[in-house]
Design a protein around this ligand. Structure first.
Ligand SMILES: [Zn+2]
Length: 53
């Protein structure tokens, strides 16, 4: 089940993984901000796009 997390600030794909991981854990690994544009990441299902196919 691929999972994808996309920054809403710059559309950078922050996570594109085949294994399902908690978004909160991923955000923590990224220090709570997008490494591309520096936008603060808040776990909000409305703001972080997660595609589970
Ligand atoms: Zn970004």
């Amino acid at each position: 089940m691929p999972q994808k997390i996309i920054c809403e600030g710059c559309d950078e794909v922050l996570l594109d993984d085949t294994k399902l991981r908690p978004p909160g854990e991923v955000i923590k690994e990224l220090d709570g901000k997008c490494p591309h544009c520096g936008k603060e990441l808040i776990f909000n299902p409305d703001k972080i796009e997660i595609n589970i196919l």
